[in-house]
Design a protein. Structure first.
Lengths: 316, 316
């Protein structure tokens, strides 16, 4: 099979051995695979995948058709359309995903787009609801709103009855973000715009002083992205005075059991919204695997709105 | 009535007008009233009480006998033994407490000690269980363990089936802390002693680097005291990598409704432990109100183990 392979801190499409499904693995013919910041870090030699995954093929999410199943796979069968989060190696014609972690792709959803769904929406769902405990009527501020996780978070929060403010450094996406139901600000306009019950931090530590100032009593700051810097001086008195919580996480390091738990929550609570078109996948650009270099170059440029998604040559 | 009155950043016993119970107030003849760090801050001109409380009489907790009730008091009656947390003005012969916030004093508990119970145990209960979600078998580290909140936290955590490590700067209290069921360390010995699921921070920001290093995946750091300093450089990557939560609070600023909620939880979950002697109040020193100056001087000294408690001259 062909795969996007890392070599010399860059990528190229190469012929490699196809993986073999063991245990509850599904072998999936990949129809689409979203790109994530972690892929770029992995290409640059940082952020290696968890143990058990090939280090030389990036890719944390995929959608496709099951072509073979391991002996202990219970839920999905050959021919099923699945999507999900994997520890790595998704950017290939064939990839493995645990039967317990895979999610069904609704019939009305384009499988060539679905590979851009799992990581952004699972991250946003976990951050907002399982960590941040966002609930109806609460005020949410999403920093870095134009990225895949940001767009997912706005849509999920609006659907949950929250009042959503989104910040973005560029003004070019204002209309699209507003059309999703968010009030849109430049991050420098955050001061005075609160209070917020939940802040979703997808950018970095530079926002933290304003986040703490604009946080409501009992508020939660959920940190998922720190691409723009991770260090700042925290005054614990402000944490005590606001009775707030600062929390963060990554999805990738979690155990298969935890990912399976999340996938079950997603199937129950979020995929129905995708199926009913209450939420949608924002594809910004797409590339065939053969244009892997161009795809990674495009990913480094600013001004993106939504996901960059690889598609297989067999995409219709 | 006589009261401990603040004047020129010091205290003296003075004759002042007795408070009058309105609404659901109980007028309590104070038998004992614990001292807290917040009292000292208030005497020094910081940390004023919330609106509606006299600023010139310190005291956040009391125990005593109800001598008069406001027209809307529903639970307690004249003659009842009560204790509880108030916004201020507890260090006086007579003080007001809301009927909804007052807690019963079990018959077998000395009312002359009970005034040292509410603040420490409610703070520890709220921090460990409502905020930190400490549960059976988890590993807890309590910094500043020899203070009133620290001793309360050790006892509650041990009773909850947690594995408890306590740190204290002085070695003189080691035996007593161990007798409560804690492993005892100097705070500098924390590195390598974890991992901990919950850290209760009662000292300050200087411990935070070690707290984060020794925290378990999914751990919680609950910050309740920062007397030794509140600022440090936080790297949000460590929060993400540990999938942890940093949280903090104060009790004093909470609404009467929130305090009533806490008091109900305490009556249901903690006072039975006091009654059965599974937990106890540690009195370090006690003073009559007439020795208010001496009491505040003693409070500033280090090496305390447990509570300093005022008692009224009518103490048996």
């Amino acid at each position: 099979m062909k795969a996007v392979v890392i070599s010399d801190n860059n990528v190229e499409l190469k012929e490699v051995e196809a993986p073999i499904p063991f245990g509850d693995d599904l072998l999936v013919e990949v129809k689409s695979a979203g790109m994530n910041a972690a892929d770029l870090l992995q290409v640059k030699g940082f952020y290696p995948p968890p143990p058990g995954y090939r280090e030389d093929i990036p890719g944390l999410e995929l959608a496709g058709t099951v072509v073979e199943v391991g002996p202990r796979a219970k839920r999905f069968r050959v021919g099923d359309r699945v999507m999900g989060i994997v520890g790595g190696a998704a950017q290939a014609e064939l990839a493995l995903i645990s039967d317990a972690v895979a999610m069904r792709v609704p019939e009305n959803i384009d499988i060539g787009l679905a590979g851009g769904f799992p990581e952004a929406f699972t991250t946003a769902y976990d951050a907002l609801f399982l960590q941040g405990a966002l609930t109806i009527g609460e005020r949410l501020c999403v920093h870095g709103a134009a990225g895949g996780v940001g767009l997912a978070a706005i849509q999920l929060a609006v659907n949950a009855g929250a009042r959503v403010t989104a910040t973005s450094r560029t003004t070019q996406h204002k209309e699209e973000l507003e059309s999703l139901g968010a009030k849109v600000l430049h991050p420098d306009e955050m001061l005075g715009s609160g209070p917020y019950d939940v802040v979703l931090e997808l950018v970095g530590a530079a926002n933290m002083d304003a986040n703490l100032k604009e946080l409501a009593q009992g508020g939660r700051i959920v940190v998922i992205g720190v691409g723009a810097g991770s260090r700042f001086e925290l005054d614990l008195r402000s944490v005590m005075a606001k009775r707030c919580r600062i929390m963060g996480s990554t999805l990738r390091a979690r155990s298969t059991e935890e990912k399976a738990y999340l996938a079950a929550k997603m199937e129950n609570q979020v995929i129905p919204l995708l199926e009913s078109e209450a939420i949608r996948i924002h594809e910004f650009m797409s590339f065939p695997f053969s244009q892997a270099k161009e795809a990674y170059e495009a990913f480094t440029r600013s001004g993106k709105l939504g996901k960059l998604i690889f598609f297989s040559s067999s995409r219709p």
